[in-house]
Design a protein around this ligand. Structure first.
Ligand SMILES: [Zn+2]
Ligand SMILES: [Zn+2]
Length: 143
């Protein structure tokens, strides 16, 4: 059996809430991971896995601003495998909210002449929100 490769879905700039919900389900299933790593007093958020819209694999890495305690104890030098340790920001218990835009690197075709700049990012255009709870709360708790 030969499998037909599917063409990429059209680029569409959307931040519909359902993608945030889809991302949440991917996080639960493990297809998408979000973590905070810290080194040299700089925390970085890394979101990695399948895009909820185009299902391409992407990696979003960004520095987290506001590491509150300036010259606190250094967390560097944590022994681990491959530098992928999950490190909680010291003294921070606030959830980290990440607005992620797909950056799968695949050229998604634009749907029409009105949608420009698709090649600028190399993603399907979807934006979604991920909440990284610093402290594990009860799942499904809504306010
Ligand atoms: Zn995508
Ligand atoms: Zn894609």
């Amino acid at each position: 059996m030969t499998q037909q490769p599917q063409p990429p879905i059209p680029y569409e700039q959307t931040s519909d809430y359902r993608w945030t919900e889809a991302a949440f389900r991917l996080l639960e299933s493990g297809a998408l991971t979000a973590s905070v790593t810290a080194s040299d007093n700089v925390s970085s958020a890394v979101v990695e896995g399948a895009c909820p819209r185009c299902v391409h694999r992407f990696t979003d890495r960004r520095p987290l601003t506001a590491v509150s305690n300036g010259l606190g104890e250094s967390r560097a030098g944590v022994p681990g495998s491959g530098g992928r340790d999950l490190v909680e920001p010291a003294g921070s218990r606030e959830p980290v909210v990440l607005d992620v835009t797909c950056s799968c690197g695949v050229a998604h075709p634009t749907g029409g002449p009105g949608t420009a700049d698709a090649s600028a990012t190399g993603g399907c255009g979807v934006s979604f929100r991920i909440e990284l709870a610093a402290d594990r709360g009860p799942a499904g708790g809504q306010q």
